[in-house]
Structures are given as structure tokens and as C-alpha cells.
Design a protein around this ligand. Structure first.
Ligand code: ATR
Length: 280
């Protein structure tokens, strides 16, 4: 039986051994003197339903969901917020008024990390996003909600980019371009975002996009944070671009989840330090 003020939070994923979420959240709970605890559970896909029911039975107050459960978990919770529905995935679940409510903090978390770099200028920016998988969908919805001047999506499989654009909220200018067309426009983009796994092990020596030429002061953003600096970000930095790695998105999604659970804005600077200090 938990004490009245004590609360439990969790991460459900497979695998979760290397997740930095427990460190990041427990450190913040300590900083705000909250008697809360966050634990990562390795849950095989066949056990997800039981695990979610276990969260309910044991009185957890909320949980995060990561690979490979972000889509499947939607079957086992009571409500899904509009943006999570649009993204087609849930990464954060909150216990509200007797119900498990699923939301997605990946997109807003990513945009928060971008705004920390660009400020309000982001609204006037033309953005190119490479990739159209699950992470890309969250980023696109986040950018559409924020309202950028233009969002162009390119992907190896163009139909997936078209599907994302088709479901985006708002009245923004959204376009799909194939690689050749998008490459020609490279020097016109203020932000270029890589959402693919190109640059991550085992593709460490590959780059997702050209850096020659880039718009002066272009911001190149890679969702990858292991390695901290992908080959593409290193090349972009050498060309004078601003660069942002995936730690920002990781902290951003965690920060937004923390706020949903506690009503408190966490110290994102400290969260970033905690993550950096544990990354190789
Ligand atoms: P995540 O959840 O991390 O977004 P995902 O949904 O599997 O992962 O999406 C991976 C993205 O990386 C996709 O856009 C994929 O392109 P396709 O839609 O054509 O599959 C892209 N991707 C992965 N490996 C790639 C490669 N070698 N070249 C080009 N694109 C690649």
C-alpha cells in the first residue's frame, strides 16, 4: 500500500536496460522533494496487456511507453488525446479522473527543444524533414501545431510522406518532395531535420543529407543522440551550420511528461546535464 503522497511512474519497453528516463525523472523528483519513484520495466510484446492492467491494479499514477509498444498500448487505455491519435502512437499515459489517458509528448517535446535554439523565429522558418516513420510523424504534428512557415517532407518511400502531410492539423504549407527535388532546394531551408536511422549504428558512416551548400546559419537537427554527434552533424558544423542532436527531443518529451504527471515545469537544463553525463 502506497502512502497518500507517494506516487509511482514507469517506463514500459523492450528492451529498456539502457534507458536514461529513470535517471532523468528520479533526479527531478528529488529536486522538487516529491516522494515519487520511476522504474523501467522490460515488457515483452505478449505481456503488454497484462503489464498495463498491472499498472492499474498497483495504483501507478502514469507511465511512459517506448519501442515497441507505442502503437499497441493504444488498445489497452481508456482515452487517447487528439494529437496522439494523429501521430498514431502514445508515449505517455496519465491517470486522470479514474481513466488512463494516452498522449504523445514526442512532438511537443521536440519543438520545445527546437524553440530553445531558434526562439520565436521558428514561426518564419522553412523546414525540411527527412524521413516519414513514427518519429517523423510526431515531429511533423508538433511543427504543424506550432506553426512553421513551410514544412517539406522527403522520404525514401514517398507515399509515407504523403500520408503524414495528408493528416497534419492546421492550415500550414506542407509539401512532399522526392530526394532530387528536395536536394535542389537545400540552400533555401532554415532547418533540416533527420528523423531516419541513417547515422546510427550500424550506419555510422552514412549521412542522410548533403551539407553542400546549406543556407547560412541553417540549423541541422538530428533526432539521433547515440552517437551524440552523427557524421552528418559533424559535417554540417564544419560548414558553419548550427547543430542540435537528439538529446533535446529526449529531454523535451520527458519534460512534457513530467509536467503532465506533476503539474510542475521541470528543470530541463538539469535534465539535459543528467542525460549528457550518462551518454558515452
Ligand atoms: P522511427 O520510429 O524511429 O521513426 P521507423 O518508423 O521505422 O522508425 O522509420 C524509419 C525512417 O527511416 C523511415 O522514414 C525510413 O524510410 P522508409 O519509410 O522508406 O522505410 C527511413 N530509413 C531507414 N533506413 C533508411 C535508409 N537506409 N535510407 C533511407 N531511409 C531510411
Amino acid at each position: 500500500m502506497l502512502g497518500q503522497k507517494e506516487k509511482l511512474f514507469a517506463l514500459l519497453g523492450h528492451p529498456v536496460k539502457h534507458s536514461l528516463s529513470p535517471l532523468m525523472h528520479n533526479d527531478q523528483f528529488k529536486r522538487f522533494n516529491l516522494p515519487y519513484y520511476y522504474h523501467a520495466f522490460d515488457v515483452a510484446p505478449k505481456d503488454l496487456k497484462d503489464a498495463v492492467n498491472g499498472m492499474k491494479a498497483l495504483g501507478f499514477s502514469g507511465f511512459n511507453v517506448t519501442v515497441p509498444h507505442k502503437v499497441e498500448v493504444m488498445k489497452y487505455i481508456d482515452e487517447i488525446e487528439e494529437d496522439a491519435e494523429k501521430i498514431g502512437a502514445v508515449n505517455t499515459v496519465v491517470y486522470e479522473e479514474g481513466k488512463w489517458v494516452g498522449c504523445n509528448t514526442d512532438g511537443i517535446g521536440y519543438v520545445a527543444s527546437l524553440v530553445a535554439e531558434t526562439g520565436e523565429a521558428l514561426k518564419d522558418y522553412r523546414v525540411l524533414m527527412i524521413g516519414a516513420g513514427g518519429a517523423a510523424r510526431a515531429v511533423a504534428v508538433g511543427l504543424a501545431r506550432y506553426g512553421v512557415k513551410e514544412l517539406v517532407i522527403t522520404n525514401r518511400t514517398l507515399s509515407k510522406a504523403e500520408d503524414i502531410v495528408h493528416h497534419l492539423p492546421g492550415e500550414g504549407t506542407y509539401r512532399v518532395l522526392d530526394k532530387k527535388e528536395a536536394e535542389k532546394e537545400t540552400p533555401t531551408f532554415d532547418v533540416i531535420i533527420n528523423t531516419t536511422s541513417i547515422g546510427m549504428s550500424p550506419n555510422l558512416e552514412e549521412t542522410p543529407w548533403t551539407v553542400d551548400p546549406l543556407k547560412p546559419n541553417c540549423l541541422c537537427s538530428d533526432l539521433i543522440y547515440n552517437p551524440r554527434m552523427t557524421k552528418w552533424l559533424k559535417e554540417a558544423r564544419e560548414k558553419g551550420a548550427r547543430v542540435l542532436n537528439g538529446v533535446g527531443m529526449f529531454v523535451g518529451q520527458g519534460s512534457a511528461a513530467f509536467e503532465r504527471w506533476t503539474g510542475i515545469k521541470p528543470d530541463t537544463k538539469r535534465m539535459t546535464e543528467v542525460v549528457h553525463s550518462h551518454l558515452k
